[in-house]
Design a protein around this ligand. Structure first.
Ligand code: BGC
Length: 894
């Protein structure tokens, strides 16, 4: 078999469960053969109905090399049903391979919702668990006890299929006959609840039985009621004072009959053993009040109350469109230190986001165990000052069982170290582990090299992504903030999209960004939009334009541009309207500038105007992709006028850009704000001078620092880029690595041997923004790139850069068309570069050698290899065309 499809996805998700509109189908391809490509595909979709399968769509043979976004055009989809799709790929030799996958639907028509939102009964019949002691902070007053909800029901026959659709204003865990349903944690996740709220859909067919059954849920405060953002005095109950639950179980009998069990006031409810649980304030749980059988059929509901119907508002319900938060990894303890009797400090070796799982043995009933969390230690003790008002504290009281495992269910923390207080006896390292939580994306970008420090930096960037993609992309995951800051997200988006399959998550979050756009067209600083309600600052609000563009480039699917186009136009027109001379000085919001720059001050009006030009350019390009030519022309002319205004205001004849900072040059070069190549060359020279003048260290802030290596390499100074990358002196990427970092720090000097900790007011040890260099590991060092005009890696333009500090580098990227691999190693004869181009169009590859005759494959000149054509011999490089396949090329380098 020549070409085979893998990673079949529907609307960008693997086997999604809540499709409600005509989905799109995508797949990746692989082949062991050279020159292979998909000639045509054929898709068949069957509904898996109780009575049997029914064909609902047949695409017919579609001749194309495209592998993304094939739109379903079959019969309307029914609610709460399973579908199977079969993909035939025909390759150029006429061979066909077949792959199948599944998806399922949510509630297709809003009027099919019958579930009510239900909440606790204000008249308690069963007494709530009393707060245990005075050490519970005052925050508890604003938080609710986690509630249990149960509905028992009878079935005369086991349904052929059963699917459940559920959500919460708060967070929930669902059980059918005592078995936990689904894999999501912290469901339904955070969205701009005032506009829409996600529901999850799961197949529960195997869980039901004849006779008594039960469906049950735990309901906590979550983002809806709990604490969000800074300053705990004000930051709870943003969306409502009480959590509420919504569940609709749909049962399909063999004869096609459908019955529904949905939340209403017949559900019973009672407080649980969780006294309170909050994302910022931790979880308090008294396991003496646990009732292990509460969620089982026929459980004793004596003393429980009937739930209260809150309302029947289904207008904001929206299906889950990307994998929710999951438990993804479990890390063992690296060390356990007894600081004093009943007080241990545990090191998990990695700053992470999640929670501790602790097994205790032989503890007397009512033993109070407290877990404190911190990212770093200070003189051997937890350092928590940088968490500000967040309380990273979980407490539980044991119930006297011989063995108990405690893992908080409704909170999460950012930590590497945990302190266990109150445990009677020794703490066996095997009894404690750290559970990592983040959205269920796949890791798609890999990098490893001969430099352990560089590898650690790449892993730190990946960990920053894991820790900060928890429901929404956040600035930091530990202190009282954890907000969807647009600038952090937009500078990191290219890296995030190169490391993980986060396009569906970002696309979903962009809806929050758009819904926060003001009537005047201003994007916000943060989304969901709870605080910082002014218009977004330059480079912050611009995330509303740059992130959709990055998603489009990474995926090749223009759906994100269709969704975003109007808001992008409104944003640039908003800036234009308030700045008629086209220098962006008005409506600049909190105007943060090139945040966290070191020893330099890039002018804020310059940064703003550069971004104005860039956003206008990307909006014009987006409109051109969408075929909206006239509007694209108009914005292109606006763009030309902004560039003109920028040059007049900031660029001098000798190439000096106002302020003479690295940031200023980087913005000018990266956003093409020059008149011609000669001017560009002059500006490039000034950038080099600015870097060298600073002792070849970086001074750029977090908005511009990600441009440093790519731009230096592009202007022919990759030597400087590599020098900066390998620099271990402050300020540099490797400075934190040298100081033991396992994530990217918010500040270059979060901790230093001379100064100790930076100001606790702003010192996160897990901020992805300064990790924006990560994309260049793949596109620069490994050379896995696409051409300027390509999207979805259709047109690969490979160009590895052979870092003189490295002996080898290796890695891969799962692009939408398939896996691109690139590994190079250096020996006395030069470089051996092994590269794989997946099925599809030929790739171009640029190598830094001036004669094609010196390039060999397995000792043979490439002119005699199949699949390779030399297309260009430049003065400094050779350009090849590589047909799909794997190649091992040898060539000398200077
Ligand atoms: C966040 C940043 C954010 C900034 C705005 C901080 O508190 O953590 O990363 O972009 O505020 O300047």
């Amino acid at each position: 078999m020549s070409v085979a499809a893998y990673d079949l996805s529907v609307d960008g998700q693997r086997e999604p469960q809540g499709i409600v509109t005509s989905p799109t189908f995508s797949w990746r391809l692989r082949s062991a053969d050279r020159g292979s490509r998909q000639l045509a595909y054929r898709i068949r979709v069957d509904a898996l109905l109780p009575g049997g399968r029914v064909r609902v769509w047949e695409s017919g043979r579609v001749e194309t090399i495209e592998t993304t976004a094939a739109r379903y055009r079959g019969y309307p989809l029914s609610s709460s049903a399973a579908y199977e799709w079969t993909l035939d790929i025909e390759d150029a030799t006429g061979e066909t391979s077949t792959t199948t996958s599944r998806f399922a639907t949510g509630i297709v028509h809003p009027d099919e919702w019958s579930a009510a939102w239900i909440g606790k009964n204000p008249v308690f019949r069963k007494t709530a668990v009393p707060p245990q002691d005075t050490d519970i902070s005052f925050t508890v007053n604003k938080l609710q006890q986690v509630r249990r909800f149960v509905r028992h029901f009878q079935l005369d026959a086991v349904p052929e299929s059963a699917r459940v659709h559920a959500s919460a204003r708060g967070i929930y865990r669902l059980y059918v006959n005592g078995t936990r349903v689904g894999t999501d944690e912290l469901a339904p996740g955070w969205t701009e609840y005032r506009d829409r709220i996600t529901y999850q859909s799961w197949d529960v067919s195997g869980l039901l039985r004849v006779g008594q059954n039960s469906i049950a849920a735990l309901l906590g405060d979550g983002w809806y009621v709990g604490f969000i953002g800074t300053d705990r005095r004000h930051q709870a109950q943003h969306y409502g004072k009480e959590p509420a639950l919504l569940v609709q179980l749909m049962l399909d009998a063999e004869d096609g009959g459908r019955s529904v069990i949905a939340t209403d006031d017949s559900w019973r409810e009672a407080p649980s053993e969780i006294i309170y649980a909050d994302q910022l304030m931790g979880q308090y749980e008294d396991s003496r009040h646990e009732e292990p059988d509460w969620h089982l059929p026929g459980s004793d509901l004596e003393g429980w109350s009937n739930a209260v119907v809150v309302d029947h508002d289904h207008s904001k319900l929206t299906p889950e469109v990307d994998p929710g938060v999951r438990r993804t990894l479990t890390l063992p303890a690296v060390s356990v230190t007894e600081r004093e009797p009943r007080r241990h400090i545990v090191d998990f070796g990695q700053n992470l986001v999640g929670r501790v799982s602790l097994t205790v043995r032989g503890q007397a009933a009512g033993t109070r165990i407290q877990l404190n969390h911190a990212e770093v230690l200070d003189a051997g003790e937890l350092y928590t000052a940088n968490l500000r008002t967040a309380e990273p504290v979980d407490v539980f009281w044991t119930n006297g069982a011989a063995e108990q495992t405690f893992e908080p269910r409704f909170t999460l923390h950012g930590f590497r170290f945990a302190e266990v207080q109150g445990l009677d006896g020794d703490l066996d390292p095997a009894d404690i582990s750290a559970v990592v939580l983040h959205n269920g994306f796949d890791i798609i970008g890999e990098f490893a090299s001969s430099s352990p420090a560089l590898d650690r930096l790449f892993r730190n960037i990946e960990w920053g992504l894991r820790g900060n993609f928890v429901s929404i992309p956040t600035d930091c995951p530990q202190r009282d903030e954890r907000l969807g800051w647009l600038a952090d997200a937009q500078v990191f988006a290219p890296t995030a999209l190169a490391i993980a399959d986060v396009a569906p998550l970002l696309r979903r979050w962009m809806r929050d960004v758009r819904s926060a756009q003001s009537d005047d067209g201003a994007f916000p600083d943060i989304a969901p939009h709870l605080i910082h309600l002014r218009e977004g600052a330059p480079a912050w609000g611009d995330g509303g334009v740059t992130i959709p563009w990055n998603i489009y480039r990474a995926t090749g699917d223009d759906v994100i541009l269709r969704e975003s186009a109007e808001s992008m136009i409104a944003w640039v027109r908003h800036i234009e309207r308030h700045n008629t001379d086209l220098i962006w000085r008005n409506q600049v919001g909190n105007n943060y500038g090139d945040w966290l720059q070191v020893g330099a001050e890039t002018r804020k009006d310059l940064l703003a105007t550069a971004y104005f030009a860039y956003s206008t350019d990307l909006t014009a390009r987006s409109l051109r992709v969408l075929g909206r030519t006239e509007e694209a022309d108009e914005l292109e002319s606006l763009h030309a006028r902004i560039v003109e205004a920028y040059r007049n205001e900031f660029v001098e004849a000798d190439g000096t850009v106002a302020g003479d900072t690295q940031g200023a040059y980087l913005l000018t070069l990266a956003f093409d704000l020059h008149a011609d190549e000669a001017e560009r060359a002059r500006i490039a020279n000034r950038l080099v001078e600015a870097v060298v003048r600073a002792g070849t260290t970086l001074t750029a802030g977090f908005v511009t620092v990600g441009l440093l290596c790519p731009i230096l390499a592009e202007i022919g100074r990759e030597d400087l880029a590599f020098q900066l990358l390998h620099n271990e002196q402050y300020p540099s990427w490797l400075y934190s690595v040298k100081n033991g970092a396992t994530t990217i720090w918010e500040r270059w000097d979060g901790w230093s041997s001379e100064g100790g900790f930076q100001s606790a007011r702003m010192n996160s040890f897990n901020h992805y923004s300064l990790g924006s260099v990560g994309e260049w590991f793949l596109s620069g060092i490994l050379g896995i790139r696409q051409s300027e005009t390509s999207a979805g890696f259709r047109q690969l333009a490979l160009a590895p850069r052979f870092d003189p500090h490295l002996d080898h580098a290796t890695g891969a990227l799962e692009t939408p068309r398939g896996r691109v691999e690139s590994s190079w190693k250096r020996d006395s004869n030069g470089i051996t570069w092994q590269v794989t181009v997946p099925p599809g169009p030929a790739a171009t590859a640029q190598l830094p050698c001036t004669s094609d005759s010196t390039i060999t494959e397995g000792g043979i000149e490439i002119s005699r290899s199949t699949g390779i054509t030399v297309t260009e011999l430049g003065s400094a490089c050779t350009t090849l065309q590589l047909e799909p396949g794997t190649y091992s090329l040898q060539f000398p380098v200077d």
